[in-house]
Design a protein around this ligand. Structure first.
Ligand code: TEU
Length: 548
């Protein structure tokens, strides 16, 4: 085992933390989070054991899609701060040993971006071909719509241009035309700019749409060659920068975005397949979907890895499940139509979906952190924050962070009606009940559990660098996975069911593995004659380490 590899290929064993500057901490009392506020809260992330912060879009934007609609790729939204404050934040994060990556949203711009305005206004504009224009509205399949019910088509008529333009997302987000060389040059310039300022890479938004080839006349643009070139470019500029892709496709298709066996395109992908298997497994209290999911997980090249998450900033998309499975998860986690979105997902956070059962919540996060890859935490998850269904659509899970039992949860000193977005008001989950300060002072809190979990996870690089195998169990409710990396072995066992039980699994090489050392969870553990016996409470979890 070469432990130095864990720093060279840092992303594989990172603890990622996704946050939106706008909803994290307001530093100047205007009701909007900002970089000054975020910088003051860095100790919280450091304490949690975060090693890489993922910033959601912070660029100037009319904010019609929470900043995923950008009007300037080289600046900071003035509501969030200045470039100087951004750099100060970056230095303060780096000083605490945390890297920073940012959302790279270049599938589309805002309709208000000067490039689009120029493109639509003037046929001879140098920006004309930066977007995808058609004289006639192309045929399309309704199932290809990303926002069914909100957008009727991916093509919208622009009277000024006298043409239709492509927008995979909202009509205010025209797609850039990456088949045009000047657009690709600009993307390199954008990426190079932020790397120069000190970012450690990017979470690349909507990668399959970004690489989509629209032209019929092939002018030599090869999407995957371009992605490979982009990775080579960023690693020339910055040897250890990472591309973490959002590729919500089936496993074999995701692997193509890693660059198949060469593994020279995206360094990491968010694992939507296993994420949805976790949804079904937790809803059912049955390990079957996880065993099935892991069996189909493709092998990756050495330096590439998966990023696992439970909930993210979007709806909990269940688009990979069958209709019957999806309805099953809806029935358990979000039976009310207002909890659902686009017919495919849930706009809730974990604690409410699990009925406020903290043992089950701990189990869910331990399960996620046991999967081969790196964990990604969405802000507020570490304190068991809930959603606010009064906030429309996907934004329900993006309420202000709850710091203390204080007005606005300590997020802002502005009056409540001035806040960018309302704080969670359900008395069971409001800041008076759920906040970071109280939990930091309480050794038995959920925050302390998450801190222990993430620190243990970081100490176990075998989870991301090793080989994994699912351990067969007689009880369907129990999931067990083993990770081996040279002289290290870790076994993670999770009880998805509410009943306590004592389980046994065969470990034929047990004697050679050495003494079992439980490092997470409670209950007796013993290893006798090649049999590992573990006591589990209802929703109990155990991580057991062997060191040669
Ligand atoms: O989301 C992309 C997105 O919505 C799809 O990948 C979707 O998950 C899939 O088609 C259906 O399951 C990203 C951001 O995460 C989101 O917040 C933005 O609104 C969107 O891109 C547009 O930039």
């Amino acid at each position: 085992m070469d432990i130095s590899r864990t720093s060279d290929v840092w992303w594989k064993n990172a603890i990622f933390y996704c946050l939106d500057v706008e909803t994290f901490q307001d530093g100047n009392g205007d009701g909007v989070g900002d970089f000054v506020g975020l910088t003051r809260r860095l100790d919280h992330l450091d304490r949690l054991g975060v090693s890489c912060i993922w910033l959601m879009p912070f660029y100037p934007s009319p904010n019609q899609d929470d900043g995923y609609d950008i009007t300037d790729y080289y600046a900071i939204d003035p509501r969030l701060g200045t470039m100087g404050e951004f750099v100060e934040f970056l230095r303060a994060a780096n000083d605490r040993g945390m890297r920073v990556i940012a959302d790279l949203v270049v599938n589309h711009t805002s309709r208000e971006h000067p490039w689009f305005q120029s493109s639509r206004s003037d046929p001879s504009s140098p920006y004309r071909d930066w977007y995808v224009w058609r004289d006639e509205k192309p045929e399309e399949d309704a199932s290809s719509l990303v926002f069914p019910g909100e957008e009727e088509s991916s093509w919208t008529w622009d009277a000024k241009a006298g043409k239709y333009y492509l927008h995979r997302f909202y009509s205010h987000q025209p797609d850039l035309n990456v088949e045009h060389g000047a657009v690709r040059d600009e993307i390199r310039r954008i990426v190079g700019f932020w790397l120069q300022l000190g970012l450690s890479g990017f979470r690349v938004d909507a990668v399959p749409f970004l690489l989509e080839q629209m032209s019929t006349d092939d002018k030599g643009f090869a999407p995957h060659r371009w992605l490979r070139d982009l990775r080579a470019f960023i690693n020339r500029r910055s040897g250890d920068a990472v591309l973490l892709g959002e590729v919500n496709l089936d496993y074999p298709d995701v692997r193509r975005f890693f660059g198949d066996e060469d593994g020279d395109e995206l360094h990491m992908c968010l694992d939507f397949n296993l994420n949805q298997a976790m949804a079904l497994a937790i809803a059912r209290g049955d390990s079957g979907p996880l065993v099935h999911g892991l069996r189909h997980m493709p092998e990756l090249a050495e330096d590439d890895g998966w990023a696992h998450f439970l909930r993210n900033h979007d709806e909990w998309s269940l688009d990979k499940l069958t209709e019957a499975e999806r309805q099953e998860v809806f029935a358990v986690f979000g039976p009310d139509p207002e909890m659902q979105l686009f017919g495919r997902g849930l706009r809730r956070r974990m604690p409410t979906m699990l009925g406020g059962d903290e043992a089950r919540l701990r189990m869910a996060y331990a399960l996620m952190a046991s999967m081969p890859g790196a964990p990604v935490i969405f802000y507020g998850e570490e304190i068991g924050m809930a959603e606010n269904l009064e906030i429309p659509g996907r934004l329900a899970v993006r309420a202000p962070m709850q710091w203390e039992n204080a007005p606005n949860g300590g997020f802002s000193s502005a009056s409540a009606d001035q806040l960018h977005r309302p704080v969670v008001s359900d008395p069971k989950y409001a800041p008076a009940k759920v906040n970071a300060a109280d939990q930091q002072d309480d050794a038995g809190s959920f925050f302390h559990f998450m801190e222990r979990l993430l620190r243990r996870r970081r100490e176990c690089p075998e989870i991301s660098f090793g080989r994994h195998s699912v351990l067969p169990m007689t009880e369907a409710e129990v999931f067990a996975i083993r990770h081996d990396w040279d002289d290290r072995t870790l076994i993670a066992i999770v009880n998805l069911g509410a009943e306590a039980r004592t389980v046994t699994c065969a470990l034929p090489d047990g004697a050679a593995l050495g003494k079992p050392r439980p490092i997470l969870g409670d209950g007796e553990v013993s290893l006798k004659k090649g049999q590992l016996t573990v006591e589990l409470e209802g929703y109990g979890l155990r991580w057991i380490r062997f060191e040669g």
